[in-house]
Design a protein around this ligand. Structure first.
Ligand SMILES: [Zn+2]
Length: 70
């Protein structure tokens, strides 16, 4: 099921994480941890490039890196 290269959740360290489209939205995406419910930064898909999920994964991985430097 792991379609994207994802970092584990910075809160519970689960790898059960993946990009989701926000409910009721057709252009906002974020990564969600299925284990603890943590949400990654929101990513807006500005055009129909279909890069929304990819973008949210990129933000998630970036945030995790910053978190680990603490
Ligand atoms: Zn988690």
């Amino acid at each position: 099921m792991a379609k994207y290269k994802m970092k584990s959740c910075p809160f519970c360290f689960s790898t059960d994480v993946g990009p989701w489209r926000m409910l009721g939205s057709n252009r906002f995406y974020h990564v969600k941890c299925s284990a603890c419910g943590a949400l990654g930064p929101m990513f807006e898909e500005f055009d129909s490039s279909k890069k929304g999920m990819e973008g949210s994964v990129r933000l998630w991985n970036k945030r995790n890196m910053i978190f680990n430097q603490d």
